[in-house]
Design a protein around this ligand. Sequence first.
Ligand SMILES: [Cu+2]
Length: 275
Amino acid sequence: MTAGGRVAAFGALLAAIFALAAIAGSAAGPVTIAGGGDRESHADAGAGSHASPRAAATGAAPDKLRLAAGDTTLTPGRPSRLNFAIFDEHGERLRDFEVEQGRRMHLIVVRRDLRRFQHLHPREVAPGAWTVSLTLPDAGVYQAFADFQTDGERDALGVDLFAAGRFEPLALPAASATASADRYDVALRARGGELDFAVSQDGTPVADLQPYLGADGHLVMLRAGDLAYEHVHPLAGRRLAFDASGAAPGTYRLFLQFRHADRVHTVAFTHEVAR
Ligand SMILES: [Cu+2]
């Protein structure tokens, strides 16, 4: 079978799996496969965001892998199901995902104007078959990045998602060294290739951040225009300091996620990386 044929066959298999799941779900009452989608965070609220196309999280070989998704046209404002799988260069569905930051699959979703950021955790309903419940808040073209690790290498593969309707792109906020969300104020200090964040609340530094998915903080960087994607974790021994020296020049939207008071918070910055 050709790779394309395998993908098509897989699509049919997925459809069958999800049809069965729907039947099982209705029969079993509240039990549904992958219901809820495990949303960790839904940031933005106009704070701004931006993303980039598809890129390796840490220099894996993304060209060898491919993401195939089911229906990618979703209804804005309504929970929808996104089904997808990753295929290798032989057209075989990838199954050997490694736990990365506590999960085997992360899905970052952002509208192409770098707004409406979400970090979700899809569920595996059959070997290598992933599903997530997803609500695209309003119309526009979005990009979803499947972020995972296999054979010791991290990868990020992107796919466009479409929400029909009147789309009003939002301008990227001006670059700033401060941003706020959920009553937290965050200051950014960029030095060399390092990005160092300090969180405070009502003027008092927050010293008791809680680990979130195995790290004190998670930084997703998305470049305006081409949505180049980077996902980094704090430097050893540093709380919210990240090595961003690998980022090529450009205007980025930075999404910093941290956990405090038992909740995950997302703060977004516009940041220029100079030549
Ligand atoms: Cu992370």
